[in-house]
Design a protein around this ligand. Structure first.
Ligand code: PMP
Length: 360
């Protein structure tokens, strides 16, 4: 049957009047991967690109800033500084712009140039750290700047409000969305670990049928090698892990085990850790865009690869939810768009060959 036109809105609350763009953060939709789910199984996608700046990190930025306003650790007009692979920075740039806090973002030079441009566009200052210093280098630099200038440091990798925001919002949204159709598994990658820690806690309490499955790059098996005791005890984040290797999943798997992640593992929130290959991440991101119309980033493809594999191993009728943390527009200068660049070069050569008088 053809869909009616105009199509009725599936989220009637989406057209309410709002006092601020910040009221649009969260309450993201879930959609079925109808074409790419394995036969007889359902893989659902939680679309965090529906947030105002297009990523799951809008939730965290708003949560951390509002918690700090409430407990008084952030003063009106105080500068905020944070280390981030980009999405947290972009979320903070939105929140700080709207609320009037100057913002300094520290990020490694290896992250995509689109992220840097969006940050600058929204009024943030960007401090780049050398790629060779990895994630630990950016965390150290942000801490140093905060101490030197008396700036507010949200500490996304350690802050307990990270998992609390996700438990109360992302997690409870999932519980409500699947109240009449419980999940067999929830699949997510980890940057800080806040998403999986918070959603995991909410599902353990309200939907115990759901296995909590973490994924990480197969060439960088940091979590698979276990959490050293001292991480869990003193929450010390910034020790570069010997099994870390550079990988294409920007936003996942830093070179250290964040305290948020260590707590989730030692508290038993994560049931399983599965590896994902970089090539599979790129291939599934592209298929999600081209076959499902879900335009997403590299970690989304990676999470879907793991979720689809898991669903195919579960009995028929199983239901799995995969996090889709952000949008594909943030990756135009990365390997995700590599096949398009080749196609475009070929197409342009074709055009110039067929143009009379063209010189080449
Ligand atoms: N995917 C992308 C693209 C991200 O930027 C992040 C966060 N850095 C994540 C996944 C992981 O989210 P979390 O920090 O909540 O583990």
């Amino acid at each position: 049957m053809n869909a009616p036109f105009p199509r009725p809105l599936s989220r009637p609350q989406g057209s309410e009047r709002r006092g601020s763009v910040l009221e649009l953060v969260g309450d993201t939709p879930v959609v079925l991967a109808e074409k790419l789910s394995p036969p007889g199984r359902e893989v659902w996608l939680k679309l965090e690109s529906a947030n105002p700046m297009g990523s799951v990190k809008d939730r965290l930025a708003l949560g951390l800033i509002e918690a700090a306003e409430k407990d008084g650790s952030l003063k009106p007009g105080q500068t905020v500084v944070e280390a981030t692979s980009g999405n947290t920075g972009i979320g903070l740039a939105l929140v700080c712009a709207r609320k009037g806090y100057p913002l300094v973002i520290v990020m490694a030079e290896s992250f995509s140039v689109e992220r840097r441009k969006i940050l600058r566009y929204l009024g943030a200052k960007v401090v780049l750290t050398p790629a060779s210093l990895k994630g630990t280098g950016m965390v150290d630099k942000a801490r140093e700047l905060a101490e030197e200038h008396g700036w507010f440091l949200p500490r996304q990798f350690e802050n307990e409000n990270n998992e609390k925001v996700h438990e109360a919002t992302t997690g409870m949204e999932i519980v409500r969305a699947f109240a009449d159709a419980p999940l067999d598994a929830f699949v997510s990658g980890l940057g800080t670990g806040g998403t999986i820690a918070g959603v995991g806690r909410a599902l353990k309490a309200h939907m115990p049928s759901a296995r909590i499955v973490a994924c990480e790059p197969d060439n960088s098996p940091v979590l698979a090698s276990g959490v050293p005791q001292q991480y869990a005890e003193d929450g010390s984040p910034a020790a570069s892990h010997p099994r870390f290797r550079p990988h294409p999943m920007q936003g996942w798997a830093p070179d250290f085990i964040p305290a948020v992640t260590a707590r989730a593992i030692t508290d038993g929130v994560i049931d399983e850790i599965v590896p994902v290959a970089g090539a599979d991440a790129l291939a599934w991101s592209r298929r999600l865009a081209r076959e499902e119309g879900v335009f997403c980033g590299i970690t989304s493809g990676a999470t879907f690869a793991a979720a689809r594999q898991l669903a195919s191993e579960l009995p028929e009728g199983s239901r799995v939810l995969a996090m889709i943390p952000d949008t594909g527009e943030r990756y135009m200068t990365t390997p995700l768009f590599g096949d398009i660049e080749e196609d475009m070069n070929e197409a342009e050569i074709e055009i110039s060959r067929s143009t009379p008088g063209a010189r080449f």
